[in-house]
Design a protein around this ligand. Sequence first.
Ligand code: UN1
Length: 505
Amino acid sequence: MPLSPADETRTLLAPLGVPAPRVSAGDLVVRSPIDGAEIGRVAEADAEGVARAVAAAEAAFLKWRCVPAPRRGELVRLFGEELRAAKADLGCLITLECGKILSEGLGEVQEMIDVCDFAVGLSRQLYGLTIASERPEHRMSELWRPLGVVGVVSAFNFPVAVWAWNAALALVCGNAVVWKPSEKTPLTALAVQSLFERAAARFPDAPEGLSQLLIGGAAVGEALVDDARVALVSATGSTAMGRKVGPRLAARFARALLELGGNNAAIVRPTADLDLTLRALAFSAMGTAGQRCTTLRRLFVHDDVYEPLLRRLKAAYSSVSIGDPRAEGVLVGPLIDARAFDGMQATLAKLRSMGAIVHGGEPVEVARAPGGFYARPALVEMNTQTGPMLDETFAPILYVMRVADLDEAIELNNAVAQGLSSSIFTNDLREAETFLSERGSDCGIANVNIGPSGAEIGGAFGGEKETGGGRESGSDCWKAYMRRVTSTVNYGRGLPLAQGVRFDL
Ligand code: UN1
């Protein structure tokens, strides 16, 4: 019989460097979604605590910015080593605190390790351009300089990887980081902060206070967002949260990097490999119990393959194993809390009242998990894209519609307010390329023959429209964490002016 989540959490925190007193006092009660039982209590930061953390981060930044970037990379390399050593424990703690299955918990730590490796390489590649000057004996170039204090607000569903995308890059770029994790997942954040401190202790060039952790709810996030010393806030969460954060940052001309809601679709065409498609759809729609921002929520299937695909999807949905996410063979764990569960049930009730055909979605009893909120993922047959299908319900609900025409399917893919991720399943080159073309998907991520979720760290991650427009992780996303200086040097004796302007005294 497995340990209770509370007992297992206790065994993991000490090796991860979180002392018991740190998680046994405070007003914020932390519960495992596995059984709803309390797994810790932590103190929340107050306004003064936020100000202190930002001041400490700023002091660290002033020193850190002068450490050469490849040396900064060395700290991130050491942090990656700590993560490798702690992968099993940290992966398990993620599972206990946010309820994703163990393989996904471990995958999340792997994502952190991967982004550390990426950032280490990047620390030697923060390249600027040399630009042809129009003036003789002048040299124009671009210099990339550290930005300052970077705030990171992260969500419960990727409690630590999304912080790592931001922190690893921000650190090699010469910044200090202040992190406000979701109030639902403070324990994994404490563990990661302690692993970071272990790495920093092994690295003499790391100033005190380079990474700060602030536990708390919206008030703490607001104080961070409003602090004039924070140059950039990278925030992941709902569109509603982004609507508050974006304007506040704009009001003080700070940078915003927003990763908000997704309402991701897939298009299935007649030539699709249905075995592959089914597996991809199942992972994207049911994985993480439908609680990824890249979760597949809408499916547009060609008439030729609609019946066989729906039959196989229904079979997969009714047989998928739901339960304790630590157990072998379980693919769908709990929803994060009662609110998420009620939200799912309310959406399904509304869909039924609209006449949609709902398969699954019912509550599931799980042994020894009295306070956990488990539900069978739901498949919903729709005739038109309307009602809740236009919104992101953060739960495993997959809408399925028959759509024969590719242009119409692309139009439907694009006809929602969100623009994060999208996929097409086809073996027809013309269809695949049309989907990726300028008249194709309008999302930040567009895939062929893989689902919309489970992105690698090497690409830029993010999306358009109500998804917020931010890009994190790979490609050239590092530029968001640096300030660009355009520099012109005159190494001649004359003073030619640009555009041929004469200004002779
Ligand atoms: C998120 O759900 O907030 O593409 C991030 C994916 C992951 C990241 C998701 N690599 O599913």
